[in-house]
Design a protein around this ligand. Sequence first.
Ligand code: NA7
Length: 498
Amino acid sequence: MADNEGRRLRYAIIGAGMAGILAAIRLNQRGDADFSVFEKADRLGGTWRENRYPGLTCDVPAHAYTYSFAPYAEWSAYYSSGAEILTYFEWVAREWGVASSIRYGHEVTGCMWDDTRACWTLTFSNGGQAEADVVVAASGVLHHPNIPDIEGLKDFSGKAFHSAQWDDEADLDGKRVGIIGSGSTGIQLLTALYERAEKLVHFQRSPQWIMPVPQFEYSDAEREAFRKDVGLIDAIRNDPEYWANVMRFTDGITDFDSPQMLQIEEICRQNLEGTVKDAVLREKLRPDYRAACKRLIYSWQYYDCVQAPNVEVETGRIARIEAEGVRMEDGTFHELDVLVLATGFLADRFIRPAVVSGREGRLLDEFWAERPTAYYAVTLPEFPNFFMLNGPTGPVGNFSLIDIAERQWDYLDQLAEPLRTGDARWVEPRAEAFADYEERRIESAKKTIFGSGCSSWYLDKTGIPATWPWTYQAFADAMAAPVWSDYHLEPNPANQET
Ligand code: NA7
């Protein structure tokens, strides 16, 4: 007879960022598992802990960037600051009772699967070890700063630091500040620093298309109303206009000649031409690639700020950095006191450099030799009971990654059911199913707007967009229920009918 009393699974969640906290809460709510969240730092929050630069704002509206089960009345504005988001995650972890499950100072250095015992052993940089039946890798995407290899960087006599390693001691007020990089970070930094700096030089290798969005503050009275009536928050979360924008964007991503994408491009073009008055500056800021090919920047103020008289947009190539500033290839020299490197992240790291070794010693590093990928962004063949949240090839468009992680959780929680019942010792996608997924994904990815001819952190080293290549609805459908025939369930002899 099968023993269907069920197993109490042991979960190791890696990372106490948005997705790791979600996993902990869901397991806590289930109440039938043991779990720990292993966090390398001494504070939760992931990217919202690491990034503290002035102007940091999420590009998803605040009430949409919350867990579905944890609406928040306290947001101060339509788009919230990074500091507020960090406060939100700390509040959620406390209120939903998982803060005490986080084990700080536990940087995972290795995860090793043992076939015989059907479990994972995790090792930590502090010398400790832990065992788990299931690993949930929620270690984030953009957490390894890309420090540019520019000659002379070390010779700069002022402070020079990466945007994600913000130097609180750096004096910016009344100083000559340089910002290298014009992704979301560089754009947000410019808008926050130009009024404080005596002079701001923005080193722009590539201009960006800018989607104009509204920004407004919520009043005390509105927050009080949100506290009393969660329906008001739901109404914002379910705002048809917001969702129409999401759908327009997802349709545009997957079909870049669609009317939706042409409309997005037209809005961005009009924003540039209607806002930037000086013709020379306007042309410096006009990209030569399609809107949304790089991650589309949402801003309500960038074009106003960049036109300030103390801002200079430098589009030449940097030759080297010298003690007193930045030398351009044409000989121009920008004297600077502070240099901020808003040069992005190594986006292909995920859980690495932790060494993950699956069945028969298969190394994740080898599996990802060509590119990081995962079956429907969540599971990997030969890595049993190993699930990724916000892993490679998941949606990273301008959607709420919280919503994405919640859907991924619902999917992996279903995959864990045969483990819970004891019917299976492990679950992993079949190699053929994974190969088929990859082939379809790559073919579709090439046709998305992200593959339409620009450089960006969305592209893998072969130039293929590493993003979800289908619609948002297709993602929701895929996550609603696993295709069980695509999975191998290792039978549990102890649980077979006799
Ligand atoms: P991004 O979007 O990767 O932007 C990095 C920027 O830095 C981009 O403008 C790059 O120019 C520029 N860059 C990188 N290396 C250099 C060198 N060596 N010289 C000059 N310029 C350089 O990173 P962000 O931090 O802004 O945003 C990352 C994500 O975080 C964002 O999409 C949101 O999801 C949140 P390039 O475009 O390659 O010419």
